[in-house]
Design a protein around this ligand. Structure first.
Ligand code: MLT
Length: 286
């Protein structure tokens, strides 16, 4: 099934999921998963530079952007079910996955239980660790605050942690766009996602099992999932490649898209395009 374009709505795992699908039908697929509480729009820059060579798909995680919330409690496991159901509905057997922060938690969980569906991972500003008791406590307070004071206050308080110092001067437009996306998320979805994030299980003890190529990207000023966290995953994942993105905090793909895209294109070119060409060559020789 293929219906390329922007903001397509489709039913998967009993909810409506909104996604964007661009690029040649037979090209290698890459699916982008955004962080919390953002939307697929955060990947516009990456889609733009990849769509000629890749089939690029970005979707709104349940409860975010234009996707429905459904009635179930949220969990990373449910988000993985949604991803797999979207892939099945779109008849995608195998894909590369690129996830930022919460998107990375989803990608790592999907990889743990369904590794045969994925041929590469790009983990951006994310972590394999579960929340500490202090982090869980902060999430509970944030839930109370969101339900009492609304999402705008939550957005304003969170924004200070998302960006590098310099971005507040040089990337005012990006920050305004991110704030708008956050403010458009409902309080109920923010609260349900905070609960899901606080309950997520660690995936650090599963990293050794990952056999596909992995690229790890992290903003040098990421305060939420700092470079040490990325380094820990890099050391645990055999053959992984890591790059620190300059002048960037937690939203490295938005704060320094040039360096981010350069790393992404290099990795995908070397690990996916050249490998697929090699496999096709071997098949035609056989
Ligand atoms: C995100 O960007 O997805 C969040 O910072 C993740 C989190 O709060 O753990």
């Amino acid at each position: 099934m293929r219906n390329p374009g922007k903001n397509i709505r489709i039913t998967a795992n009993n909810i409506t999921i909104s996604y964007t699908d661009e690029g040649p039908e037979n090209a290698p697929v890459i699916i982008f998963i955004h962080g919390f509480p953002f939307s697929k729009e955060m990947w516009d820059n990456q889609m733009e530079v990849l769509y000629k060579k890749f089939r690029v798909i970005a979707y709104d995680v349940r409860g975010h952007g234009d996707s429905d919330s459904g009635t179930d409690d949220f969990s990373i496991e449910l988000f993985v079910e949604d991803l797999l159901s979207l892939m099945d509905t779109l008849e995608i057997k195998k894909t590369s996955l690129c996830g930022l922060s919460m998107g990375g938690y989803i990608a790592l969980k999907a990889m743990d239980n369904h590794s045969y569906r994925f041929d590469a991972l790009i983990l951006c500003d994310t972590s394999c660790k579960a929340d500490s008791p202090e982090a869980k406590n902060k999430r509970m307070k944030a839930i109370e605050s969101v339900l009492k004071n609304g999402v705008e206050k939550f957005a304003d308080e969170s924004l200070t942690n998302f960006f590098a110092q310099e971005s507040f001067i040089t990337k005012k437009d990006v920050i305004a766009d991110v704030r708008e996306i956050m403010a458009n998320t409902t309080g109920e979805s923010v609260a349900k996602t905070l609960l899901a994030l606080s309950g997520r299980k660690e995936t650090c003890t599963k990293l050794w099992k990952i056999k596909v190529p992995v690229l790890i990207l992290v903003g040098e000023e990421d305060k939420i999932t700092p470079p040490e966290t990325a380094q820990f995953m890099h050391e645990a994942i055999n053959g992984s490649v890591m790059s620190v993105i300059k002048n960037a905090g937690h939203l490295s793909n938005l704060e320094n898209p040039d360096q981010f895209n350069e790393q992404l294109k290099k990795f995908l070119g070397e690990k996916i395009v050249s490998r697929k060409t090699e496999v096709r060559k071997k098949k035609s020789e056989a």
